[in-house]
Ligand binder design. Structure first.
Ligand code: SF4
Ligand code: SF4
Length: 208
């Protein structure tokens, strides 16, 4: 179930927001669609159509190793200054032409060549992501990113997703301390803390 699909800021890529989550965090930033069902059912073909449409609007082509949200700051801080009044702000990295800055529901910035799944988290249903990744990689030149709390990324699923073509993971690790993690999310974090190493060992990009 997908709540919305749009070019998000400050990540500057196409974000697919999923309703539902395998955690019940005490301080959820997206409670209104992760804890309450909101949206419509998407098939993997629907996701592919959204990716194909988005690719036509890409204004910044990034290498695979810059597919996470963190790398968005290297090129634009989404102030909109160059597009609105023709001047760069003091924090501008001065990398992009103003023509690369486009308006989206969350503000101004470039459109990077990345499609990301975010949410809500359903990484414990890897078949959905694998099917989407295979289709997107076959029909577009977009990088595929999965933003996740990490709980569904057991080694078997990591191998499966990597082989399906997922290019990068963004790990939203809720706490490094195991007791705090359990208190915040209701779940253990032992295997989550090993994930950066596990992901890098598989040649997939990771940020956290
Ligand atoms: S993992 Fe993220 S979306 Fe899910 S409950 Fe926690 S904060 Fe909310
Ligand atoms: S490229 Fe434009 S919108 Fe982005 S940080 Fe620079 S001035 Fe702001």
């Amino acid at each position: 179930m997908i709540t919305s699909v749009h070019l998000s800021r400050p990540e500057n890529y196409l974000s697919i927001y999923q309703s539902g989550c395998n955690f019940s965090c005490r301080k959820c930033h997206s409670w209104y669609f992760s804890k309450i069902r909101d949206g419509r059912w998407y098939s993997t073909e629907d996701v592919l159509k959204a990716a194909i449409a988005y690719e036509k609007s890409v204004t910044l082509v990034e290498p695979r190793q810059k597919a996470t949200a963190l790398h968005a700051y290297d090129t634009c801080r989404c102030c909109g200054s160059c597009a609105v009044d023709g001047n760069r702000s003091d924090l501008c990295p001065a990398v992009l032409d103003p023509q690369a800055i486009v308006l989206s529901p969350q503000g101004l910035g470039p459109a990077r060549n990345i499609v990301a799944f975010t949410g809500g988290d359903i990484a414990c249903c890897p078949e959905f992501y694998a099917q989407c990744a295979r289709k997107i990689k076959r029909k577009t030149n977009l990088w595929v990113l999965l933003e996740t709390n990490g709980y569904g990324l057991i080694p078997k699923n990591l191998d499966y997703l990597k082989n399906a073509g997922v290019d990068a993971f963004w790990l939203d690790i809720k706490a490094f301390d195991s007791e705090k993690h359990k208190w915040l999310t209701g779940c253990d974090n032992q295997h989550i803390l090993r994930l950066p190493e596990e992901i890098l060992n598989r040649g997939v990009c990771v940020g956290y």
